[in-house]
Design a protein around this ligand. Structure first.
Ligand SMILES: Cc1cc2nc3c(=O)[nH]c(=O)nc-3n(C[C@H](O)[C@H](O)[C@H](O)COP(=O)(O)OP(=O)(O)OC[C@H]3O[C@@H](n4cnc5c(N)ncnc54)[C@H](O)[C@@H]3O)c2cc1C
Length: 403
């Protein structure tokens, strides 16, 4: 009898999973359900080229919209899955349908963390997660507009770089004592702080935002130290939360993400999960984690789709991410931790250097800034658990791959 696979979530992981299922020759029924109006698309360009008006929205689509009917994929846009009945093996949709599955994949991703503060409802306060957010922000980004960005992480700084280039008056308010502190060493934060400041962005660290004021529309942002910042628009980037409620209500194991094994299987043998929403083990890192990265969404989606087709291939990848700001391509491999030894390789003043992270002499992570060769070599070396001599690692004349 024909099998049915239902994929909940039409983001990066959902889109990759349905493609892999068909590539693997799964010829049963596939239903992909997504609560957005678009076919699966890439989010990274939303805070970069799409926001800058340099890339058409359609170019972010993983596959053309005609690909789904061509591959007999029943794609339901603007539809939310509201419940899972694991005993009956059905899902309920926001349109009141009950759809039966043999196998289910949860690829529900994350949603933005909302800032709970007085005035947070005012107009022109935005978050950036989806295509429509980018289009709405771009509309307001006129030359001379006062843009206040809350959060000096990747997304906040990428938006700052685009906005200042468009002629906006940009201020970034970061609560901690340095930008991107969650993911890079102090040396790298200091470099990015200077780059943005040189470009005309005002970076204010140690700022606790307390609220927003205005008549209908936001006019200023207030902070705990009684300072305030005039604003025509505000973009908030203060992190995301995994969409786990559907899984939790369906009595699946959840712990900062839907708990899966190395094959992306949940606590139910007929249910898998992939992408930002999962808490998964990584044998190379020797621990469980939840990751917000395209690479993880793609790799886990392939792992889950393979497993659904009966092919067990363990997920074990060294995480990697990137961020584009101005002419700088930052590529991060591995996960650094406070206490790691940091070796700077190359010259920040030339806008070309790497920060190498060593833990007990072992190469565990890198932040490569316009250093593509370091990035490529680091991917293999970190996965292999290479030991590095910090003195030789600091010499950019010695290719990293030769160390
Ligand atoms: C602006 C921006 C820039 C980024 N830049 C980078 C970058 O440079 N590099 C990088 O590696 N990563 C980047 N990321 C992160 C990356 O986009 C995510 O890691 C990736 O999209 C995760 O894919 P996913 O499929 O797990 O989740 P998502 O892409 O979030 O997709 C999940 C989908 O499921 C839908 N959904 C949730 N619940 C339901 C339900 N019950 N019913 C139906 N649908 C549901 C959601 O609305 C969403 O459409 C960026 C993200 C953003 C927002």
């Amino acid at each position: 009898m024909t099998q049915t696979i239902i994929v909940v979530g039409a983001g990066h992981a959902g889109g990759q999973a349905v493609a892999t299922l068909r590539q693997k020759g799964f010829d049963g029924r596939i239903i992909m359900i997504g609560d957005e109006p678009y076919v699966p698309y890439e989010r990274p360009p939303l805070s970069k080229a799409v926001l800058a008006g340099e890339l058409e929205v359609e170019r972010t689509f993983l596959k053309k919209d005609t690909w789904y009917p061509d591959k007999q994929i029943d794609f339901r846009a603007n539809t939310q899955v509201t419940a899972i009945d694991r005993r009956a093996k059905t899902v309920t949709t926001s349109h009141g349908e009950n759809l039966a599955y043999d196998k289910l994949l949860l690829a529900t991703g994350t949603r933005v963390r909302k800032l709970q503060a007085p005035g947070a409802h005012l107009e022109n306060i935005f978050y950036l997660r989806a295509i429509d957010d980018t289009l709405a922000i771009r509309k307001q980004m006129k030359p001379g507009a006062k843009v206040v960005i809350v959060g000096g992480g990747y997304i906040g700084l990428e938006v700052a770089a685009v906005a200042v280039k468009m002629g906006c008056d940009v201020t970034v308010l970061e609560g901690l004592d340095r930008v991107m502190s969650r993911v890079v060493a102090p040396e790298v934060s200091a470099f990015y702080d200077k780059v943005h400041t040189d470009a005309g962005v005002k970076i204010r660290t140690g700022m606790a935002v307390t609220g927003f004021e205005g008549h209908g529309k936001v006019e200023r942002v207030t902070c705990a130290d009684d300072s305030f910042f005039p604003a025509d628009l505000v973009v908030i980037g203060v992190g995301v939360l995994p969409n786990v409620e559907l899984a939790a209500d369906g009595d699946l194991a959840v712990d900062n993400g839907i708990v899966v094994d190395e094959y992306c299987q949940t606590s139910d043998e007929n249910v898998w999960a992939a992408g930002d929403c999962t808490n998964h083990p990584n044998a190379l890192l020797g621990r469980r984690l939840r990751l917000e990265s395209v690479q993880n969404a793609v790799d886990q989606a392939k792992t889950a789709a393979n497993a659904m087709c009966g092919e067990l291939k363990e997920y074990a990848e060294i995480p990697w991410f990137w961020s584009d700001q101005y002419d700088l391509k930052l590529q991060i491999v591995g996960l650094s931790e406070p206490g790691d030894e940091v070796v700077i390789r190359g010259n920040p003043a030339e806008r070309k250097f790497s920060a190498i992270y060593l833990r007990h002499g072992k190469f565990v992570a890198i932040n490569a800034i316009n250093m593509i060769k370091d990035f490529m070599a680091a991917k293999k070396m970190i996965a292999a658990g290479t030991q590095l001599d910090p003195v030789r690692a600091a010499d950019p004349e010695v290719p990293l791959k030769d160390l």
